[in-house]
Design a binder for this molecule. Sequence first.
Ligand SMILES: Nc1ncnc2c1ncn2[C@@H]1O[C@H](COP(=O)(O)OP(=O)(O)O)[C@@H](O)[C@H]1O
Ligand SMILES: [Mg+2]
Ligand SMILES: [Zn+2]
Length: 418
Amino acid sequence: MRWSHYFIPTLKEVPVGTEARSHQLSLRAGLVHMLTSGVYTYLPLGLRVLARIERIIREEMNQAGAHELFMPCLQPLDIWQKTGRDKVLSDVMIKFEDGKGRKMCLGPTHEEIVTDLVKNFIQSYRQLPVTLYQIQTKFRDELRPRFGIVRACEFIMKDAYSFDRDKSGLEKNYKKMYQAYINIFKRLGLQTSVLSADSGAMGGDVSHEFMVAAPIGEDVIISCDQCDFESGARDHLEEKQACPECQKGQLTKQAAIELGHIFQLGTKYTQSLGALYLDEDGKLKPIIMGCYGIGVSRVIAALIEVHNDEQGIIWPAEVAPFDIEILPLMIDHDETMLLSESFYQDLSEQGFAVLVDDRKESPGRKFNDADLIGIPWRIILGKRALSEGQVEIKNRRSQEVIKVPKDQVIDKLKSLLA
Ligand SMILES: Nc1ncnc2c1ncn2[C@@H]1O[C@H](COP(=O)(O)OP(=O)(O)O)[C@@H](O)[C@H]1O
Ligand SMILES: [Mg+2]
Ligand SMILES: [Zn+2]
């Protein structure tokens, strides 16, 4: 991609009214733009990050045996009335009447919709188990949208739903999803704590939250300084308390962002919506359900929150919008531009995602923007090094610069990025 033909509207100044580092950087790096409070456009660079996150999630969900579908955001309210969640979620649900006078809402989540779907098609134990998932927009009229895309009114969630004959089937599926989540967050470059949680408005018994420690977090991780014990706020609010596990350590408290939440729902939704199946013994039974969410758009913010420095974002390799950025500093210099173009062609052919900053901007501006948008590797084509037949390769995270003869750049990058 050539920056001069692309759309990365970077900002020099910190936008007013922003406190969270991730909020500031996501706006300044041209990843997102606020349309109105809690509602964001994903700009091309932000969308590339989103696509890479989604790809990892899809790979792990498919690997775990879940099947992707795509359900509507536009939903008739009567389905929600059957489970009573039109009331439970009334604060966040966006409701309205359509032109024909039908009561509708924009889905804040999809348990009701997927249960209604499954009820239509699953009649027999032979059709179970099945796990379905989607990556879709959710709408929640959050009272206090916060920190940009961390708590938005329109956001992207991966939500999966498992359907089983019995509790042991549910437990097996739950374990599979739990493991998929561990894999996903590891690949995303996020160190998560898994806390058993209160299942709140979802109902059901067992549930776990996947948390990332970050100063802006609205949740907490309580952990022991001596053993592996970790807990959410609900059971261990007091920091000074001794660790209930090892009895020796002290508990400490960290702010955390919730990125994922999984639940063993049981029959709460299948019962009230009549999603029953005929079991082997000839009896009609409610299908047993689990649900599994990841705040996909919130993951972008969490990544930035964890991976940044004074100058900007430092993307982990697997989610970076581009792998390599080429910086030709003298755009009026023929040798610079020819070399830049040949690196661009060769690296693209090798399968790398490459951005070239070919704008008519000062080297200072290019360096600042490169630090801001945080591409992991940079090739700098500067006057002095080039006169010695060399270019510089810089690592965004370590800031380390190495000089490489210009004909060895491709091989060097191939080995660095392997
Ligand atoms: N308003 C929001 N903006 C962005 N992401 C959200 C928002 N609400 C929830 N999420 C993400 O969706 C995931 C699943 O949602 P859920 O557990 O139903 O939300 P909550 O914990 O707010 O009730 C959460 O773990 C979080 O990552
Ligand atoms: Mg939750
Ligand atoms: Zn302990």
